[in-house]
Design a protein around this ligand. Structure first.
Ligand code: IPM
Ligand code: MG
Length: 354
């Protein structure tokens, strides 16, 4: 099994180095892994002049799974749009057809105090956001900045979903709900936007194929409110690319630390790109203080979804639970009475717990 590692920018290389230690333990214990590495984002621009260069593309296409750190940094903000690190991320998602983005928001009992919400509102929280990742206003054409007939400049994007795109993400979400609490909430803005009125219609139609799953619909503004008001009402949430981008950041913060949350982006065959839900955090890059647990938990998701190896996935997740139970905390989740450790020390502790 070929795993391509894309350290990326900012804290990416530091956190990925810890996840790599975990992969190496699994390899030593008999998992048939071949690890390769390539640049993506700003690092790729620096080396090859493009955020998703051919070198990376060839390895990514050949890989069975990909582990990504994070991309982006202030030094790239002035580049032409197509050269920016974020475009590298969007390009690899689109190139590999990674349309299904799974973003769990789980509250670890040890971290109940890390949330800004009252413990009783969030304790036991376990939500899965299924975000469509290769369509919507992110990719719709036409798009751009132009001067209109009146001589005024304007920016424009196109929100668009084809029926097949809605159906395939719908199937992923219904099937995920079947394996969990059997509740699926589809989020739209059907009172204003035709694209999402259509989305709602297709989700309703799909529900006939999944009689064991209870489908509900919610407007995105209400969903944003309900997520902080009563987040435990949700089991699986399915939504389009832009709403999913926003709601998944919101959901992640219910747990107190975005540094804890992994994500998977899958194609139809469960080939996947796995990455932490957080960004490249340039302000703390190179200081060995970042939280590597989201990246390590992304390895667990890789084992589960691409390699179908539930035992190995749980081995990694249990090691993470163990270090949390032992009181080890990186700075982002530190509280009095626990032990503050560096990024590399956290990685080493997880490896020891394995
Ligand atoms: C995410 C990020 C990306 C997105 C950015 C970096 C392009 O916010 O993965 O959620 O908007 O999809
Ligand atoms: Mg985002």
């Amino acid at each position: 099994m070929k795993v391509l590692i894309l350290p990326g920018d900012g804290i990416g290389p530091e956190i990925v180095a810890q996840a790599k230690k975990v992969l190496e333990v699994l390899k030593k214990d008999g998992l048939d892994l071949e690890l390769q590495e390539a640049p993506l984002g700003g690092a790729a621009y620096d080396q090859y002049g493009s955020p998703y260069p051919e070198f990376t593309q060839n390895l990514a296409r050949a890989a069975d799974a990909i582990l990504l750190g994070a991309v982006g940094g202030p030094q790239y903000d002035k580049l032409d749009r197509p050269l920016r690190p974020e475009r590298g991320l969007l390009a690899i998602r689109k190139d590999l057809n990674l349309f299904a983005n799974l973003r769990p928001a789980i509250l670890y009992p040890e971290l109940a105090n890390a949330s800004t919400l009252k413990p009783e509102v969030v304790s036991g929280l376990d939500i899965l956001i299924v975000r469509e990742l290769t369509g919507d206003i992110y990719f719709g054409q036409p798009r751009g900045i132009r001067t209109n007939e009146a001589g005024e400049r304007e920016g424009f994007n196109t929100m668009l979903y084809a029926e097949s795109e809605i159906r395939r993400i719908g199937h992923v979400a219904f099937q995920a709900a079947q394996k969990r609490g059997k509740k699926l909430c589809s989020v739209d803005k059907a009172n204003v936007l035709e694209t999402t009125e259509f989305w709602k219609e297709i989700m309703t139609d799909l529900a006939k194929e999944y009689p064991d799953v209870e489908l509900s619909h919610m407007l995105v503004d209400n969903a944003a409110m309900q997520l902080v008001k009563a987040p435990k009402q949700f089991d699986v949430v399915v939504t389009g690319n832009i709403f999913g981008d926003i709601l998944s950041d919101e959901a992640s913060m219910l747990t107190g630390s975005i540094g804890m949350l992994p994500s998977a982006s899958l194609d139809v065959n469960n080939k996947g790109l796995y990455e932490p839900s957080h960004g490249s955090a340039p302000d703390i890059a190179g200081k060995d203080v970042a939280n590597p647990l989201a990246t390590i938990l992304s390895v667990a998701m890789m084992l589960r979804y691409t390699f179908n190896n539930e035992a190995a996935a749980q081995r990694v997740e249990n090691a993470v639970k163990k270090v949390l139970a032992d009181g080890l905390r990186t700075a982002d989740i530190y509280e009095e009475g626990t032990t503050k450790v560096s990024c590399s020390a956290m990685g080493a502790a997880v490896v020891a717990a394995m």
